[in-house]
Design a protein around this ligand. Sequence first.
Ligand SMILES: Nc1ncnc2c1ncn2[C@@H]1O[C@H](COP(=O)(O)OP(=O)(O)OP(=O)(O)O)[C@@H](O)[C@H]1O
Length: 549
Amino acid sequence: MGPNQARKARVIAKIKGSTDLELEASGKWISVHRPEGDDSGTTKVSFGDESTSRKESYELDYCYDQSEGNDLIFSREVKPLVEGVFSGCNGTVIAYGAIGSGKTFTIQGSEGKPGLAVLAMAEILSMAEESGKLISISCYEISKDHAYDLLDPNRHEVLIWEDVARGKVQLKGLSQASYNLCYEDGRRKSTGGVNLLENNIINKSIYALHNVVYALNANDSHVPYRESKLTRMLRDSLGGTNKILMITCLNSSYCQDSLCMVKLASRSCKCANRTIPDSAKKTKSMVRPTVLSSSSKSASATATKQIGTRVGFSGNKANAKASTIKGRKLFDEACHSAKSKKSTQKESLPLEIISTVTEHAKQEEEKQSSGISQEVESLTEDHYPLQAFSSEESDMSFKASTQETKLLDENNHDKATPNIDGNAESLSFVEADPTIDKENNLVLVNNDESPPISVRLQELSKSLKLLCSSTPSCVEILSKTDISIDDQVPTETLEPKTPKTPEPRSLVNDESETVDNSCASWKTFSAHSLKMKDSLVNEYLGFLNTASK
Ligand SMILES: Nc1ncnc2c1ncn2[C@@H]1O[C@H](COP(=O)(O)OP(=O)(O)OP(=O)(O)O)[C@@H](O)[C@H]1O
């Protein structure tokens, strides 16, 4: 069965090949029911021990069983995507699944059994050779929201920039080669297992990815790319004219995580069959699909690995020098090195700028995003026993575009050049660019309800300064108002200095009572003053943190 060309994302499964012995030991846990003679029908995947009557069934676009290898998956699923790349339509293949479910085997392959990425590259290169096109490749890994250049022996972290003008994410400084393909196993970074935080990140990523696929397949007017860093980074690979292949890798023996992955996959797949009238689209996009049952959360993961391969037309880099960068970094973590004062201000406002442009969409996204975060977090915290974190999920994708697609870009977007450096031309923090400044100002002055950030900052700063310098004058006020002790207070305390603590002996002399009174008042005042300082400092720090986010 070939992929249905009308669908944006095709969701299939692959049951990991296993030896007969392994199968015997585990029993037949998964059974596949394919439609006979009807290529357009869905495949039913059932889970459950055959000895018991309890079975759970889910529908997917297709499911490859143990005996079917990468060659078959490539020729039926991936080759059409590669051909599409040469006619201006990008393709993305993502494999995900529980630990040891065969993700690496499916994408990378093994010696003598090439995986889908290898087969796809071979196909791309041979097609390019036939048509006389020049191919350039970049290769990167996304691991836990960070991108690493796989063509660089040091695998340096790549800066991730969001091109504000075009709403695209770019990897800045990514190496390019004539053609090459590298692969990095995400496991090298997870030597000590995966902690709760990492697991949460991966959980959110996989759910967010499915939400995007769901929305794309449902032809929603709003696609929640902003729900996770992964989906933001893959936006180019998922949206537009892209065709997506989601491969759910399944363990052949019992695995709760595999079950949960299929549930998610089935949801994304089912919506592809819906026809939504245009009038209903807007309302529908507000409604979040709720498929996350308490058990589906066990689609947890211990490591994310992802291979990204960019194939592009190797063009002239001359334009890059005169370039102006209109984007901003997408994630703070990858860009701490930028120190310039001006850029710092702008860098601290990466995503809000887009949000001002698409206010309505952002509100929806935020609502939904917080929804999914809460869902995933609560699933993890409330119901997810720690041992469930031993499971692993891995995302691998490759992305390819050819000369034609890049040329299309050039037509549509002023001076875009096909290589990464060339693309960087539209990615600098340009003070002179009025649109960027305007956007910044829009963010600085959010709306009528709250004052501009700069004004609030100034106010806070003033209050803080005032309070810091107010201690001596407060002492003065205290002494002036308290006439009864005026003459008895030592003269030093009237001066604008840090007040002295009365010496112990003063507490036992004749005038001890008045001095005592004075001390008590001062202590009370001092305590209040300190509290106020603390609260202002906290507010100040809190505000700075919010602003930097
Ligand atoms: N279709 C298959 N046929 C034979 N062996 C397979 C197949 N798929 C996977 N394997 C074997 O199963 C083991 C685990 O596969 P693989 O490393 O691809 O899983 P993974 O999901 O990438 O694992 P991890 O989650 O640890 O990254 C490997 O030894 C691999 O060779």
